[in-house]
Structure formats: C-alpha cells, structure tokens
Design a protein around this ligand. Structure first.
Ligand code: NOJ
Length: 563
C-alpha cells in the first residue's frame, strides 16, 4: 500500500526513490460498498448518514477493507435513491454537509481506508438547474441542447420520438408543457422521468463533468464509480429499436443506439487524464452492463479507465462450469489489456447472493433474478460462505456489498406500502424492485432498529425480526459466523503474498470441483457438488468455509490450503 493523503511532491519523491512505481493499491483492493441510507443512522431520522458512517469506520477497518465506495450522496429529490442528482458539488442534507463529507474523507484516511464516490453522468435530476433552465428556455435553445429534447411523432407531435423504453418500465420519453402553456417537445430518460438523459455530444456537458471530477479529487477522494458507464453515448439519429427474440427490443444494425457504443471510451480517456494529473493513484470503476468480459475489457484498456465491475461473475449461477468459464474469460480478457480483474457477488441493484444461491433452480437475466424454486436459507448461507472464499482468493480486486459479511438475505416480503424503488410503480406493480437488498443493517440488540439508529428510531425500511441473530454484535462473538469468516479471510488476504493482484493456475479436479493455485504456495478448492470429495494434496488447511469431513471437503464448501 502506498501512503494515503500523499502530496504531489511526496508522490514524485516516491517515484524517484523507488526508480519504478510499486503496483497501485487498487489492483488488489477489497472495496466495501456503503449504501449510505441503509448503513448507519447517526441522527435518528431513520435514514443512514455520514455521521453514522463516521462512527462505524473502525468496524470497516477491523473487517479488513482497503476502501469504501459510497453510493450517491448529493442533493437529490431521491426519486431513485439519489441517482437523480440536483447538485453534483454538495451533500444531501439528509446525509450531512460538505464539511461532514470532508471530515469523513480525512477520518477514513486516518483509518487506512480509501474513499470512492459515485458519479452519475448519464442523467441529472429533473430538478437540476440545467433541466429547469431547459424547460424555461423552450425549443431550439442552447439550454435544451444539453439534454435530448425532440419533437414528437404524429401530426401534432403527440407520439414519442421513438420506441425506446425506460429501464424501469414505460416509454423512455416524456412530453413537456412549453413556457406558453402548450404541449411541446419530448425529452429522453432511460430511467425514471425525473432522470433526464444528458447529451454527451454537447461540449458544456463534457466540461462540466471534468470540473466535477476535479471538485471531488481536490477534496481528497481516491476514486470514482461511474454510474451507467455503458450508456453516455447515444446515436443522435435516435433510431427505433426492432423486435428481437422473445419480443425484446434490439438494435436494427450492429451498434446499439445507446448501449456500449465506442464513443463512451473517448469520454473516459479524457477523464483518465484528469485523474492522472493528481498525485497518488486515483481509480475509476465502471458500472458497465455489457455482453461478457471481452466487452468489459474495452473500458479498461490503456489510457482508459482503471477497473470495471465484473457483472458476468455476479450473474453467474452456482455452477462449477459457469464459474470456471467466467473466471477464465475475465482473467484472459482483462490481463490482455493490462488491467486487473475485479469480483463482486452482490450490490444495491441485485438480489443478495444468499438468496440467489439458496435455490435449487433460478436464473438471471442481466441484473434481474428469476427464482424458480423456494428459498433455503441454510443452502444459500453455505454457498455464500464458499463463494466468499472463492472470490477473495481470485486474482485482482473485490467488491463487498454491505451486509454480505453478516450473511444477510434479500428481504422478499417487504409490505407493498413501504416499497420505494421506482421500478415498483413503473412496472405496474409486477416488479417489487430493489428495496429487498437495501434494508438497513442490523448492528446490535435484539429488536429493530438493531442499532442502525438510536433506540426508538424507525429505519426507512422495516428490518426482519430474525436479524436479531445476524447483528454485527452477535456475530462478533461467534467464531462460526459469517462475519468472523470474512474477517479471517480478509486478514489472511492482507498478509499472504499469493493473494490480491496476480494470476492463477487451474489444477486438475473432479468435474464439480474447482481447484486453483496461486504462487507462492496457495491453493483454493471449492466443491460445488452435494457430497464430500477428497481435499487436494496440501500441507495445511488455512481456512475453510465450513467444517471439513476429515480429509474431505464437504459439498458447497471451500477451503484455502497451503501447498
Ligand atoms: C445504476 C445504479 O446502480 C442504479 O441504482 C440506478 O437506478 C441506475 N444506475 C440509474 O442511475
């Protein structure tokens, strides 16, 4: 690890001293995702905040994380959990103040934790001053050029300009009322209507976001997660999609009119220059939902971004063949461009992996989970424990989603009246959305709010009473708990020379078992079958996700071995 809070002079001095630079910290970092509104509530209003996070930094340090990534914390009407930003240079009052954010960054650095924030460049809130100005300025104005305003189709412009759909359901276009009171143009929103898409062909948009990057880098931020990184560039002809297999809308030609277009890479190459002008190692991580590791690798080529989330890994079902393929393809594609792999099992948009793996049958379609059999908590927990050891042994960095270290599951039975995800409304109440993975964390005690906020406070989503046995406090006393497994794994990962960035070698194994070695002297074995298999040859068992059966590795269990 290089120094936190290094000065420009210090960084140059280090480079001179070392002759060559040590590998940057982010190539093997474990980044803990803090979904701020659900992490810890300092002021008792039911919503997590910066004060709550500051008080819990020692927990994250002791867990063994290298960095934290915070979901958007900017002023926002909170239509989409803060991914509708109305001011990119301030903090939402519900989370704290800019001074509190500065204090958090400083305190995290003192605890040895780097800080990544979330940038939302694809769209703003409809309350953002730019969008308000665009509404007021009317058709043909430079203010409207920053977004995608178009005349509608049909005789009186009464139909949307094309057939694109919002990711949350419904058309991707909303018609505005012009300043003179008449129905007027339509604007594009690939998410909720309150999230108008920015036009990245516009020079002012580009300049503004480079300035926002500098604003946060100047405050000491170590990295940035880029929301909807695959979506910024759009075909200005805005062509209709056509009906594809199963009725899904697909592009008529080879290029998609708004997903994963080559133009996005040019934007990120200029962002990279902004980051590289700062001392120390600042990192970008792309939220790019694209088709497979080869496409992911395009975002992290030389001169482009540093890292990208590995969603092919997250969406892989619990299967040895599936994991072997996605791990192999990810390492090959990313190492070919000199980038480290990253691994992730859960985040704030996806069903928690205890609930995904805890099913005999299930499938994923992008981020959408389709259970096909009932949930078995024991099965899900056993597999999640094995998955943690698998992920943390793989070469590269890893992202942990808050609560996975506690073994939390998706809360699938939240009452309808508390659901807040816009997907619930926009799907016509057919998709319950993502609130089930965003339920506030249980820290201590035996009844809600489980230490999430002061006694008597009411978390913004109700916590299941069963979480009394899953609090951080309860697990800290239990050597067999998920929390203690994560702590032990992260401790070992820090000290073992084979772990973190690097490469792996697959070793021969039965079909339902994955075994790989990392040099020097480390081996990870994961048994995906239901029955035990012999452990590979080893000198010592370093860590196991569950009790071993003599010299055998039980089903759905992983072990770290010294070889
Ligand atoms: C991806 C974010 O992770 C998700 O929570 C959000 O709804 C969309 N992008 C839109 O910003």
């Amino acid at each position: 690890m290089d120094n936190l809070g290094e000065t420009a002079d210090g960084a140059q001095q280090n480079e001179r001293d070392a002759g060559t630079r040590a590998a940057p910290w982010w190539r093997g970092a474990v980044v803990y995702q803090v979904y701020l509104r659900s992490f810890a509530d300092g002021d008792g209003d039911g919503v997590g905040d910066i004060a709550g996070l500051r008080a819990r930094l020692p927990y994250l340090r002791d867990l063994g994380a290298d960095a934290i990534w915070l979901n958007p914390w900017y002023p926002s009407p909170m239509v989409d959990g803060g991914y509708d930003v109305s001011d990119y240079r301030d903090i939402a009052p519900v989370f704290g103040t800019l001074a509190a954010a500065d204090a958090l960054i400083g305190e995290a650095h003192e605890q040895g934790l780097r800080v990544l924030i979330d940038l939302v460049p694809n769209h703003t809130s409809d309350r953002h001053p730019w969008f308000q100005a665009a509404l007021a300025a009317g058709p043909g104005s430079p203010e409207r050029e920053r977004y995608w305003f178009r005349r509608g189709r049909g005789e009186a412009g009464e139909l949307p300009p094309n057939n694109w759909e919002s990711a949350f359901g419904g058309p991707a276009w909303t018609r505005v009322t012009e300043p003179d009171g008449r129905p007027g143009e339509w604007y594009l929103h690939l998410y909720a209507p309150e999230q108008p898409d920015l036009n990245w062909g516009n020079g002012e948009v580009r300049a503004e976001f480079e300035s926002i990057l500098r604003f946060w880098f100047d405050r000491g931020i170590d990295g940035i997660r880029i929301d909807v990184a695959h979506g910024l560039d759009k075909d200005p002809a805005l062509p209709d999609l056509v009906s594809g297999p199963g009725g899904a809308l697909v592009p008529a030609g080879e290029e998609h009119p708004y997903r994963d277009r080559p133009g996005v890479l040019e934007i990120y190459r200029s962002w990279r220059k902004v980051a590289d002008a700062y001392p120390g190692d600042r990192v970008f991580v792309a939220e790019a939902w694209v088709d497979g590791p080869q496409r992911v690798a395009r975002y992290v080529g030389p001169g482009c971004l540093h890292t990208a989330f590995n969603f092919p890994f997250l969406t892989c079902p619990w299967s040895p063949r599936g994991f072997r393929e996605v791990i192999g393809e990810s390492l090959a594609a990313l190492h070919a461009v000199g980038a480290p792999a990253t691994w992730v099992l859960s985040n704030h948009d996806c069903v928690r992996h205890v609930s995904r793996y805890g099913r005999a049958r299930a499938r994923m379609d992008g981020p959408h989970f389709h259970p096909e059999s009932p949930f078995d908590l024991q099965l899900g927990t056993r597999r999640a424990r094995a998955a943690a050891l698998l992920m943390l042994a793989l070469p590269g960095g890893a992202y942990l989603y808050q609560g996975e270290e506690l073994g939390l599951w998706e809360v699938e039975d939240l009452p309808e009246e508390v659901l807040q995800d816009p997907r619930w409304e926009w799907s016509g109440h057919t998709d319950r959305g993502r609130d089930g993975c965003r339920v506030p964390l249980p820290w201590s005690g035996s009844a809600p709010p489980f230490g999430f906020g002061p006694d008597g406070s009411r978390p913004w989503l109700p916590q299941p009473p069963e979480w009394r046995d899953y609090t951080a406090e309860a697990q800290a006393r239990d050597p067999g708990s998920m929390l203690e497994l994560y702590r032990a794994a992260l401790r070992m990962r820090r000290s073992h020379p084979a772990l973190g960035d690097g490469t792996l070698r697959w070793l021969g194994s039965p079909a339902d078992v994955l075994v790989f070695a990392r040099d020097p002297g480390f081996c990870c074995a994961v048994n995906f079958s239901a029955g035990p298999v012999p452990l590979p040859a080893h000198e010592q068992v370093l860590l196991a996700s569950g009790p071993l059966d003599g010299d055998r590795l039980p089903g759905d269990t992983a072990a770290w071995l010294r070889i």
